[in-house]
Design a protein around this ligand. Structure first.
Ligand code: TZP
Ligand code: MG
Length: 209
């Protein structure tokens, strides 16, 4: 599957459910083409409920839903894939559980991890974080543009960038060879999520085709 250029990662925080879903749907109107459910502070039970509702909204729009970290929940809610960190379930186990069609992403924080990932059955790597971000506390050292470029040139997998991505740096990110970006605050903190997504897509120009 082609990894889409603009990927939304959720942060519900204190949003009412309606508001939360509305931001996601508006961002899709603006050009988001894949959504990751990432709700670290929420109980498994609630994530499952949320995930099922989100999947029911996204499926008719043909927008894949990716579950963060939890292969078991991805399986239970019929998500289209899972996004794994370095300390989560192994890619091979996730693949076995979710099947060949599942979209499996893996965060990489170092070049060694990019090299290790060459042998893995992943669909994309996420260079994490590409820039400093306040959204995720336990991030490693940012890749920066030079590091990202190196990772993209070495990896046989498509690479997306996550962390501190906004309309001001998205063009440079794609020039490094990344196939797309994943964002949280650029959409969730925007006064108008649809306009925010559209602006990012427009900055991507031909890369977003
Ligand atoms: N993984 C690496 S950085 C990050 C995640 C989930 C947070 C990205 O959030 P933002 O607000 O787009 O910087
Ligand atoms: Mg994780």
């Amino acid at each position: 599957m082609k990894i889409p250029p603009l990927y939304l990662v959720t942060r519900r925080d204190k949003l009412e459910l309606d508001q939360f879903f509305n931001i996601i749907l508006k961002s899709i109107e603006g050009g988001v083409k894949m959504v990751q459910l990432r709700e670290k502070e929420t109980s498994s039970h609630e994530v499952i409920t949320l995930g099922k509702r989100l999947q029911a909204l996204l499926r008719p729009l043909k927008v894949p839903l990716i579950m963060n970290d939890r292969v078991d929940i991805a399986h239970e809610i019929g998500a289209d894939g899972v996004h794994l960190g370095q300390s989560d379930v192994k890619v091979s186990e996730a693949r076995k559980k979710l099947g060949q069609q599942a979209i499996i992403g893996l965060s990489v924080e170092t070049m060694d991890q990019v090299l290790e990932a060459q042998e893995l059955a992943v669909d994309y790597l996420a260079a994490s974080p590409v820039f400093a971000t306040r959204t995720k506390g336990d991030c490693g050292i940012p890749w920066g543009l030079q590091g990202l470029k190196q990772a993209c040139s070495i990896s046989r997998h498509p690479v997306i960038a996550i962390g501190g991505v906004d309309e001001g740096n998205v063009e440079q990110i794609l020039e490094c060879g990344a196939v797309g970006v994943a964002v949280v605050s650029a959409i969730f903190d925007a006064p108008c999520p649809k306009a925010a997504a559209l602006t990012i897509i427009n900055k991507m120009g031909n890369y977003a085709d």
